[in-house]
Ligand binder design. Structure first.
Ligand SMILES: Cc1cc2nc3c(=O)[nH]c(=O)nc-3n(C[C@H](O)[C@H](O)[C@H](O)COP(=O)(O)OP(=O)(O)OC[C@H]3O[C@@H](n4cnc5c(N)ncnc54)[C@H](O)[C@@H]3O)c2cc1C
Length: 176
């Protein structure tokens, strides 16, 4: 199976007819402000060159934007860790964080798989800390996957085990 993810394109028709700054989306600062009295969040917002195109960042941005609309400067948005969970051809798939780093750089990638069982895991580390994880066919591991990326868990003592598909990510959390 080959899955092509071609990205998200914001509908910028309205922006093109405005005097507001935009690129892929409306350019927002860390207060989600585009221009005086104009705030943006969600698919239309471009924050530090990123338009996320998924719900969790849209909610986080919306919260920051609405607080700043009431009192400018009261909330700072520092970006989101992208998370996607879906079912592809019957397989549960979750992708969290930075999963596309080049292996020859400062990042380290540890893969585990069991093709016959339809299971796959890719863990991306930077200085032994978790930067991103992809899991396929490992539905029960989704919550642990999210947590490990969000806390940038140090997995120095689990690195050998990560290449074993039967090793559960949950056990890293319970050992801490
Ligand atoms: C098919 C599909 C599946 C998706 N599945 C997922 C998923 O599983 N998980 C996930 O996290 N994300 C998913 N997304 C992405 C998610 O839907 C968006 O990231 C999210 O809805 C963005 O929220 P938003 O408020 O920025 O925009 P929207 O939810 O698109 O809301 C924008 C609103 O503005 C209205 N609007 C547009 N133009 C105007 C105008 N000129 N005047 C007044 N109103 C206007 C629109 O009608 C709409 O109601 C999916 C998207 C698509 C298309």
């Amino acid at each position: 199976m080959v899955l092509l993810s071609t990205g998200v394109r914001s509908n910028i028709d309205l922006l093109e007819r405005s005097n507001l700054p935009f690129n892929k989306g409306a350019l927002v600062d860390d207060n989600m402000m585009v221009a005086e009295d104009v705030y943006a969040s969600g698919d239309i917002a471009e924050h530090h060159n990123v338009t996320y195109g998924i719900i969790p960042p849209a909610i986080e941005q919306g919260i920051a934007a609405s607080k700043n609309m009431v009192m400018h400067g009261s909330s700072t948005y520092n970006g989101s860790i992208p998370t996607n969970t879906l079912k592809i051809a019957g397989f549960d798939f979750t992708s969290v964080g930075n999963v596309n780093s080049k292996e020859e750089t400062e990042y380290e990638v540890i893969r585990a798989k069991s093709p016959l069982e339809g299971k796959y895991r890719k863990v991306v580390l930077k200085n032994n800390k978790v930067e991103g994880i992809i899991i396929l066919g490992l539905k029960g591991e989704a919550v642990a996957t999210n947590k490990l990326v969000n806390i940038h868990a140090d997995v120095s003592s689990f690195k050998e085990k990560l290449s074993d598909i039967n090793f559960s990510l949950k056990s890293i959390l319970t050992s801490k």
